[in-house]
Design a protein around this ligand. Sequence first.
Ligand SMILES: Cc1cc2nc3c(=O)[nH]c(=O)nc-3n(C[C@H](O)[C@H](O)[C@H](O)COP(=O)(O)OP(=O)(O)OC[C@H]3O[C@@H](n4cnc5c(N)ncnc54)[C@H](O)[C@@H]3O)c2cc1C
Length: 564
Amino acid sequence: MSGPQEACDVLVVGSGAAGLTAALTARLHGLDVVVVEKEALIGGTTARSGGWLWIPCSPPARAAGVDDSPQAARAYLRHEAGNAFDAERVDAFLAGGPAMVEFLAARTRVRFELGPAFSDYHPDAPGGRAGGRSIVAAPFDLRALGPELARLRPPLREITFVGMMIGSGRDLTHFFNVTRSARSLAFVARRLARHASDLARHGRAVRATNGNALAGRLLASAVELGIPVRTLSPARELIQADGAVTGALVDTPGGPVRILARRGVVLAAGGFPQDRTRRAALYPHRPDETGHWSPAGPGNTGDGLRLGEGAGGRLAEGLSNPAAWVPVSLVPRRDGTLAPFPHFIDRAKPGVVAVTRDGRRFTNEADSYHDFVQAMLRACEGRAEKAAWLVADHRALRRYGLGHVKPFPVPLRAALRSGYLVRGRTLAELAERAGIAPALAEEIEAYNGPARRGEDPAFGRGSTAYNRYVGDPAVAPNPCVAPLEQGPFYAIKVVPGDLGTFAGLVTDAHARVLDAAGRPIPGLYAAGNDMASIMGGAYPGGGITLGPAMTFGYLAGLHLAGTR
Ligand SMILES: Cc1cc2nc3c(=O)[nH]c(=O)nc-3n(C[C@H](O)[C@H](O)[C@H](O)COP(=O)(O)OP(=O)(O)OC[C@H]3O[C@@H](n4cnc5c(N)ncnc54)[C@H](O)[C@@H]3O)c2cc1C
């Protein structure tokens, strides 16, 4: 093949958490690294994410005196992953995760904070914990990026407040209490004033939290280390010689370029959440175009998997779920398109329940988003439509908001007008307007009786530490349970969505891609969602995609540098 040619030590495909961590690690071990990114913006789904990493025994946890052990975490993962448990990769993750956090904290701008009360999603399972394993990217002032700020993917507009990023800890508490506490009101007023001035000066929010802070910190570190991140440059084909991967053909704005990589190529293109064909083939509900929505990055169309398969790699089979599920509602945008809004915690608030079209509840709504969607798919089995409705009374809706609808005093008008939010003076009227069966009124009445005592005998809301973590600590005796009594009543429809995919390339403990015979393909690595999840299709806790993504990015970087 002729045409322009370049050379480096390591070529990284994709600029999310996995790719940039691999790039930083390799660079800090003296290698010459190039990152190519298909989109105009850097950061992928990572920049839109919550920025939480599940890393048992992390340095922030150790500093806070959390009494955990790799053995307990291993027992938990063994239980969660079931038959898909991969001891070798899990052990590499448990040893490599804390080392990765320490390495990045010492050598780059990447920093994390502990979420001490963020419970594992199944804390009562063997080895499970009620907190101390999830860490979150520390907030970051994006002005440090200078001109590179324009190339960072912004957060999902729908989960910001007028473009402002609200951190999941202290920030969120103040925003929820804005009408109840003078201190919170002052805090929010200060944040809004600063945001307005940032918008005027920089055209976007610059006080980043969560995943945008993580992507910003990774990018700032890459810039400081002189790692080129070439946007609008999709890797199209891998170059192979004598069975080894030696580079890739990359489409750049200036035309195709052969980028040769002396040590190897890292596939970190973020899995296939936007690949409709593979979704229809692998997702259990076999979704058509409208049956499934993903808020993941637009560029994540499965290129990494195709490149890996083309070089002899294969996709993992036998995972209990091919993706990380989340229920999403569809927010109408001004331009006529719909944006999927991920429902992480609103389902758990007292005064909110979920029903299917038959008006019946089907699960503990305070369980994780991954568990909720699985229950929803089971409840809708045999029906063409896979959907549920989150139903709330007036008090709950105004207190907590619901989905894209913000709490009081933000007005409801726009959401009602667009049809995103449906309102009825009575439950019977709500059911009729939302297209839910009339049984809804009877179902809520049956729920309300025990709910007045804080009980949910049907599904056990509030029965786990995770349930209670996402409930409302101010509500007693059960932070997840209150009756729905005060009309008007409201409903929002949710459908299946995902945060990213689990079914990726089979790799070993060094993130090397394995061929059909289980042998490493020389020069080929995969990390992040291009690598088969080590969770076996389960979702054990907050950060179980980014934690392994960055850990195996780090381990790939070390292996490429020859230190492992
Ligand atoms: C709203 C939301 C919240 C989330 N919160 C969390 C959380 O708190 N914790 C957690 O663990 N997970 C979370 N997730 C999931 C998590 O964000 C993803 O699993 C993770 O970011 C994937 O990282 P990655 O590096 O594999 O891919 P990405 O970050 O998506 O990066 C992949 C990049 O590769 C690029 N690319 C694709 N094809 C090519 C190509 N051919 N050539 C070059 N580049 C290419 C893409 O454009 C993209 O920029 C969340 C997801 C969403 C949507």
